[in-house]
Design a protein around this ligand. Structure first.
Ligand SMILES: Cc1cc2nc3c(=O)[nH]c(=O)nc-3n(C[C@H](O)[C@H](O)[C@H](O)COP(=O)(O)OP(=O)(O)OC[C@H]3O[C@@H](n4cnc5c(N)ncnc54)[C@H](O)[C@@H]3O)c2cc1C
Length: 401
């Protein structure tokens, strides 16, 4: 690779592509490296929240974005035994898209990449894996890569690690990771959906078992929550027993669970909640899951990654014009995003430890927690959780030129 852009971004996920788009839009030269050949990976975060769509609106992209196939979720429901209650209502949020859009992540990423390609400074190299950082005189000056053409390197004024929760770049940089723990893992799978099925996206709670069902039109995307490390016990009980559990828990006809033909149809999400102590070094910034892996509670991972990208572009695009940005500027990005991340993770840990963990060991149905019963009773109260989930903490706005 011969060019030497203002910024090299490792990872073409939501964080990397949104930052690439914003920097290119601001007139900077930016190269995004993605190790896969396409974005077609199943069971990635598919929830696009109102905060992300508000950013799309600010960029003038919302109408085009909403032309992509998606399902709208305006309310969230929980089912406790036979009792179904609504606990979050997005329809009153003061935004241009007051709902969650369920959309395959590859459509979202293709959309961001296509929009970014309209700017001359943007480059996206697929099948290009960063294998190490280039470090000279205590400063990160780019990355070493492997492509189908062989080994090479890409030098840049700033390197951004947006390479996800198993980030190799943060490891190579020697950045300290603080693991905050999680009592559960999640199994993801699809079941077909028929016209007379319920329409709501909902969480189902039964003694010792929790599932979430997302209405994806022709199919249900289901998440089955299991105790941490519990996958082997479930597999050794056998597929037949797993299907029988689903048949009673999900409230669908028993034959629907036959859609799961082998364990290959079930994907394990090992839940991690962690955060870097420092998100940067001279010449390097980590954002998105590379800086903080989120619990799946609230489906906020994609949206926090996008918020990090917006904060990074707002703070760094202008100084980048005059050459490599200072460590102080990189620290400002961390300062701006660390507090919302910490607050969100604290709330997730609170729910993990006080709702999910006890529910996974419960032997009898205790009904919805008090707070959910209150939300069910007073419609206006449901706007609160909707605001927290849909908009996040201190949502960012795109800096207009
Ligand atoms: C099973 C599952 C379900 C989820 N469900 C939800 C959900 O419903 N809602 C939600 O908001 N979040 C969800 N998440 C989390 C969400 O997917 C992440 O928080 C979000 O994608 C983070 O974005 P990112 O850009 O930081 O990282 P990622 O999306 O992980 O993107 C990182 C990219 O970097 C690439 N990469 C990695 N290493 C290299 C390298 N060395 N060189 C080049 N490229 C590299 C990867 O291929 C990947 O494309 C889910 C996650 C999983 C695993």
């Amino acid at each position: 690779m011969h060019d030497s852009p203002d910024c090299c971004i490792v990872g073409g996920g939501p964080a990397g592509l949104m930052l690439g788009l914003l920097l290119a839009r601001a007139g900077r030269s930016v190269t995004v490296l993605e190790k896969h050949a396409d974005f077609l990976r199943d069971f990635r975060g598919d929830t696009i929240h109102p905060s992300t769509m508000e950013i799309m609106h600010e960029l003038g992209l919302l109408d085009r974005f909403l032309k992509l196939p998606h399902q709208k979720v305006s309310q969230l429901f929980g089912q406790f035994g036979t009792r179904r209650i609504a606990f979050a209502d997005f329809s009153h949020l003061p935004v241009h898209a007051p709902f969650i859009a369920l959309m395959p992540q590859w459509d979202f990423l293709d959309f961001l990449a296509d929009e970014a390609r309209r700017y001359p400074g943007f480059k996206l190299h697929m099948r290009c894996e960063a294998t190490d950082l280039i470090e000279e005189e205590g400063r990160i000056k780019g990355v070493r890569v492997v492509t189908s053409a062989g080994r090479g390197e890409l030098r840049a004024g700033l390197t951004v690690a947006a390479d996800g929760r198993q980030s190799l770049m943060r490891e190579r940089a020697g950045l300290e990771v603080r693991n905050l723990g999680a009592p559960m893992d999640v199994l993801w799978f699809k079941l077909s959906r028929r016209p007379d099925d319920p329409v709501e996206t909902l969480g189902r709670f039964e003694p010792g078992r929790i599932a979430v069902m997302l209405n994806r039109g022709a199919y249900w995307q289901c998440a089955f929550v299991i105790p941490k490390g519990g996958i082997e016990a479930i597999k050794s009980a056998g597929l037949r027993s797993f299907r029988a559990t689903l048949a009673t828990l999900l409230g669908l006809p028993g034959d629907r669970a036959l859609d799961i033909r082998t364990w290959d149809d079930v994907k394990l999400l090992t839940v991690l909640v962690d955060r870097l102590a420092s998100w940067c070094r001279h010449g390097l910034l980590c954002i998105g899951d590379a800086a903080h892996a989120m619990s799946p509670i609230g489906g906020v991972g994609v949206n926090l990654a996008v918020q990090d990208a917006v904060a990074a572009a707002n703070i760094l695009a202008a100084p980048m014009k005059d050459g490599p940005v200072s460590l102080a500027a990189l620290r400002r990005v961390q300062k701006r995003r660390e507090w919302p991340t910490k607050v969100t993770q604290r709330l997730q840990l609170l729910i993990q430890n006080n709702v999910i963990a006890p529910a996974l060991t419960a032997r009898q149905m205790s009904g919805p927690p008090l707070v959910l019963r209150m939300l069910a009773g007073w419609r206006f109260l449901r706007r609160r959780p909707a605001r927290l989930v849909g908009m996040g903490v201190r949502p960012k706005h795109v800096a207009l030129d």
